[in-house]
Structures are given as structure tokens and as C-alpha cells.
Design a protein around this ligand. Structure first.
Ligand code: NAP
Length: 332
């Protein structure tokens, strides 16, 4: 039987998510890879329980995470039932809907029927009465935004979600979504954009909008799927995402230019007394809008490394300028 570490809150810092009452750990754990049926259950369980012992209280899921789709939620449901049940009130569970989940016209996109049916299915897979955060996973230009926000507001009114969020929305649509939701009496808690040193698009307007709206940001793929770690500095390891079955990071994306940039960033990280992964995560927290960063992992040791960012969140102006110079070099 699992008993959580008594020291679990001593090594983690919690940051307010936008203008809300919710505090999130600086580092959260995502279930996109390595938690479906294709992964080893014992390893998934070790990572979840190890993360919770480090003060990582936020677990990020989606209806389609696996493979196969849905299986990451089922895995998490098993861990919740057998290990974490008595800690439910110490845990923030998020899930999402927005990508294709079942056949036919009601299994995809941003319509109310799909979103609410999907949330019910997610709750059943996880064995939960409610999730803490329910996200619309991607913008859907074909569905009126009012309907998508109505679905999120309904999830809150039905008690099936405490908070709601959006993911992969641009600045303009995010601002509209926040306004519509507010008019329905519900506040937008959080936005989940892809954001890392290697993908700085949220700096072009989204972060300003989130700041104005009082919405927190939870960047995903903050390590560029592993490119911003020491994983690929000496080639593509056999057990890495780029060498595996994932279609989202292929070996040809591990280019010489990217590795060279990572190597130069790693030199700055080492000077700061950090690993490259730690510096990449600290760098995202330089903005107060970033409430947490949602990492992925294939091993507990990676989560331990990432959770160790606390000591060095500050950057000197010189460090930031050197990082900018590397990121704007031709390889970027
Ligand atoms: N909203 C959306 O549309 C969306 C999209 C994608 C992801 N997400 C969320 O974001 C989460 C994270 O995405 P991601 O997995 O791409 O994040 P990531 O943190 O950028 O990449 C994770 C990968 O980096 C490597 N890694 C992590 N920590 C490391 C360390 N300390 N040292 C060396 N290597 C390390 C591991 O690669 P190896 O596997 O090679 O060991 C790990 O699988 C997902 O699980 C999901 O919850 C959301």
C-alpha cells in the first residue's frame, strides 16, 4: 500500500494560476506519452507516485492520451483507486476534449454534445465525480465560440469541473472566449499553449492577453519533447521518444543545428548550476503569467531532475541576452 512522503510539500513551490484561488506546483506531470496501455503500468505508477512525493500535485490528462486513446485516463484511474484515493483533495486533475475521440459527427471538435459526453467518459475512465480543470483542447473555427464556452460553463454548473481552460487558442480567440465565459458567470482559469525556448509564439500576443484577462498559462512541451534536455547531446538514444513509435518527434527532427543550440544552452545551464532541462523550465517561469509547466517523462529520474528547478528561478540580464542570441541564431 502506498503512503505518501511526509516531506512532499517541503521541496516544491506553488504559484497562483492567474487571478484565481488555485495554486499550482511549478512543475506538473502530463500523460501524453508513457501512460497508455502501450507503456508498462508499474513504470507509469512509479512516476505518478514519485511525482506526488515531490509535491507535484497536478496531473494533466486528455480524453485521447494513450495509445490507445483513453488508456492514459484508465491508467490514472487505477492509480487513483488503489494508491491515491485518500489524497484526492490534495490533487488537481485536468482533462481535455477537442480532438477526434469516436466515429461520427459528435466525436470531435468543439460542439456541446461532444464536449459534455467526452467529459462523462473521462470521469468514468478515471473513476472520478469531477475533474479540477476541463479544457477545450483546440480551437474550432466551425463551432460558434458561444457554444463551446456554454459547454465549459455547463460542466462547471453540473459540478463535473471546478475550473475550465482552453488550449491551442490564439490571443484573439482566447480574449473572446474569456469574455463570453465571463458573461455566463464563469471565469477562465488557464490556457495551455505550446511554449518553450524552441517555440516562442506565445510571446507574440497570447501572454499579454492572458495577463490582461487574469488567466494563468500552463505551457506544454516545455522541453520541446526532450530537445531541451541532455537527451540528444550525444546522439539519439534507443529508449528516447525520437527513436520510438511516437509520430510527434521523429529522429530527423533531432537536427545537428538543434543539438548545437542545445549544447550552447547547456553551457549556460551548467554555469548556473542547473541541468539544461531545469534551465529551460526556469526560463518559462520568468513570466508571472506562467503558473506551471507541464512536463512529460519516461523515467522517474527525469521528473526528479525537473522538480529541482526551485533553487535557480532568477536570470541575470546577461544570461537572458545570451540565451536570446542562441535562440535567434540561424538554427532556430
Ligand atoms: N494541450 C495540448 O495540445 C498538449 C499537447 C502536447 C502535450 N500536452 C501536455 O504536455 C505534457 C508534456 O508534453 P511533452 O511530453 O511533449 O513535454 P516535454 O517535457 O517537452 O518532453 C518530455 C520528454 O522530454 C524528456 N525529458 C523530460 N525530462 C527530462 C530530463 N530531466 N532529462 C532528460 N530528458 C527529459 C523525456 O523524453 P524521453 O521520452 O525520450 O525520455 C520526456 O518524455 C503532455 O504529457 C501533455 O499533458 C498538451
Amino acid at each position: 500500500m502506498y503512503n505518501a512522503s511526509d516531506n512532499r510539500y517541503q521541496g516544491m513551490t506553488y504559484k497562483r494560476c492567474g487571478r484565481s484561488g488555485l495554486m499550482l506546483p511549478l512543475v506538473s506531470l502530463g500523460f501524453w506519452h508513457n501512460f497508455g496501455y502501450a507503456a508498462t503500468f508499474d513504470r507509469s505508477r512509479t512516476m505518478v507516485l514519485g511525482a506526488f512525493d515531490m509535491g507535484i500535485t497536478h496531473f494533466d490528462l486528455a480524453n485521447n492520451y494513450g495509445p490507445p486513446p483513453g488508456s492514459a485516463e484508465t491508467t490514472f484511474g487505477r492509480i487513483l483507486k488503489y494508491d491515491l484515493k485518500s489524497y484526492r483533495d490534495e490533487i488537481i486533475v485536468s482533462t481535455k476534449a477537442g480532438y477526434r475521440m469516436w466515429p461520427g459527427p459528435y466525436g470531435d471538435c468543439g460542439g456541446k454534445k461532444y464536449l459534455l459526453a467526452s467529459l462523462d467518459q473521462s470521469l468514468a475512465r478515471m473513476g472520478l465525480d469531477y475533474v479540477d480543470i476541463f479544457y477545450h483542447h483546440r480551437a474550432d473555427p466551425e463551432t460558434p465560440l458561444e457554444e463551446t464556452m456554454d459547454a465549459l460553463a455547463s460542466a462547471v454548473r453540473q459540478g463535473k469541473a471546478l475550473y475550465v481552460g482552453i488550449s491551442n487558442y490564439d490571443a484573439e480567440r482566447a480574449a473572446s472566449a474569456c469574455g463570453i465565459l465571463r458573461s455566463m458567470g464563469v471565469r477562465m482559469l488557464v490556457c495551455q499553449p505550446r511554449y518553450s525556448m524552441f517555440d516562442r509564439r506565445p510571446e507574440e500576443g497570447l501572454y499579454r492577453t492572458l495577463d490582461e484577462q487574469g488567466v494563468g498559462s500552463a505551457p506544454y512541451s516545455p522541453l520541446a519533447q526532450g530537445l531541451l534536455t541532455n537527451r540528444y547531446l550525444d546522439g539519439v538514444p534507443e529508449d528516447s521518444r525520437a527513436a520510438g513509435a511516437s509520430v510527434f518527434l521523429r529522429a530527423e527532427q533531432v537536427t545537428t543545428d538543434r543539438v548545437e543550440q542545445a549544447r550552447r544552452l547547456n553551457e549556460i545551464a551548467l554555469e548556473r548550476g542547473q541541468t539544461l532541462a531545469q534551465m529551460a523550465l526556469s526560463w518559462l517561469h520568468r513570466s508571472p503569467v506562467t503558473a506551471t509547466v507541464i512536463i512529460g517523462a519516461s523515467k522517474l529520474s527525469q521528473i526528479q531532475d525537473c522538480a529541482g528547478i526551485m533553487g535557480r528561478l532568477d536570470f541575470t540580464q546577461e544570461e537572458l541576452s545570451r540565451i536570446d542570441a542562441i535562440l535567434s541564431s540561424p538554427a532556430a
